[in-house]
Ligand binder design. Structure first.
Ligand code: OKP
Ligand code: ZN
Length: 369
């Protein structure tokens, strides 16, 4: 399988994130992508290639021009305004209460000039710091996704984009949840434009892909199916409920499958079947997968109980749809097992058996050997 990877992610070097106002060690760190890369290289069945530059066009087909401009300028502005901080975190967030009863009634929200307020105009949370290399990394991550699309449109059955930073929380005009541009949405949009076909997105990250849902909410040509921790207890909290089905032409083209805490492999596979049945009902030859491994039992921010061997089975079942797959990396924060979990998933897609790499000390059951 072709694997697209860019070292430019290394410039998005995050040391701490803030959670409920306090700094904690960052989860979405460069080591994640490096662990995946080295594990796939050691496997020998994957050929790594760099992304090619796809320009602004595919980003602007999905995102607001203001978000792109903000992200492209944010770090320099932050520096120019003389703020001696290692990263840019918004001072305020543009929450709905500011303008409740005003929007759509002769009032248009304005983007401020001061960077602390400007960041909050676009941010969803305070856990997504911007550093010197963030924009370059986020652009490379989009190009990784689009190069994986090129591989599949060029005839490959499946391609894997080792995207970092991830994308599925980024909305039309918002960044957050460690995401800046919505790689999967940009990929799906590019596929619909280039093939004229319908596209399905299967999001198996532990978190609901609120950005992807929002971008395609009114669209009937892009189906969004997501399995995730129930938003009553889990980020992104405000979206991801089962009764969110889309509107207008998009009605019925959004399927949320919330999962209980402690969800086992068997329970998970049952819910997965429902998602796959919905995708099988949909016309189209390509599925975009938002692949998160934060469903793993040992994930520091997830609360499901999946083990490495189930990822092989999930990959196998997704491939059994008989569609071409553009598989894009999202989350997964238990770094010691992350590479193996991705490798198990991809080997399932390839129809190759999975045995743990001995050197990692991990068994298929996910316990330290
Ligand atoms: C991104 B992706 C940790 C709070 C973390 C943000 C989670 C973003 C997940 N206590 N909040 O979907 O893996
Ligand atoms: Zn996640």
């Amino acid at each position: 399988m072709r694997v697209v990877y860019s070292p430019l992610h290394l410039g998005h070097e995050i040391v701490t994130e803030t959670v409920m106002g306090l700094p904690v060690p960052a989860n979405e760190v460069a080591e994640r992508a490096e662990r995946i890369r080295t594990t796939l290289e050691a496997d020998g069945g994957y050929t790594l290639e760099p992304p090619s530059d796809h320009g602004d066009g595919p980003i602007l087909a999905v995102h607001d021009a203001g978000l792109l401009r903000f992200l492209s300028e944010a770090w320099q502005e932050h520096r120019a305004q003389g703020i001696p901080r290692p990263s840019l975190i918004p001072e305020t967030l543009f929450v709905r209460g500011y303008v409740e009863g005003m929007v759509g009634d002769g009032f248009t929200p304005r983007e401020p000039a001061f960077i602390g307020g400007r960041a909050g105009f676009y941010a969803l949370d305070t856990s997504t710091p911007i550093v010197a290399g963030t924009y370059t990394a986020a652009r490379a991550s989009v190009d990784v996704a689009l190069t994986a699309v090129d591989a599949v449109l060029g005839g490959e059955d499946a391609a894997y984009g080792l995207c970092r930073p991830p994308g599925h929380h980024a909305g039309r005009s918002t960044y957050g949840g460690y995401c800046f541009f919505n790689n999967a949405a940009i990929a799906a949009q590019a596929i619909t434009e280039r093939t004229g076909e319908r596209v399905a997105i299967l999001d198996v990250d532990y978190h609901h892909g609120n950005g992807t849902q929002q971008i395609f909410w009114r669209r009937g040509d892009v189906l969004y199916v997501s399995l995730h921790g129930d938003p009553t207890r889990q980020y992104p909290y405000y979206l991801g409920y089962a009764d969110e089905v889309g509107v207008g032409a998009g009605r019925g083209a959004n399927l949320n499958l919330p999962l209980p805490a402690g969800c086992s492999n068997a329970q998970y596979l049952e819910v997965l079947e429902r998602g796959l049945e919905r995708i099988a009902d949909e016309p189209g030859s390509i599925v975009v997968v938002s692949l998160g491994l934060d469903t793993y039992g040992e994930d520091p921010i997830g609360d499901l109980a999946l083990t490495t061997d189930v990822y092989h089975e999930v990959g196998r079942r997704v491939a059994a749809l008989g569609r071409k797959l553009v598989i894009l990396q999202e989350g997964g924060y238990h770094r010691p097992a992350l590479g193996e979990n991705v490798r198990a998933w991809l080997r399932g897609v390839d129809g190759r058996p999975y045995d743990p790499t001995p050197a990692t000390g991990f068994t298929a059951a996910g316990t330290r050997g």
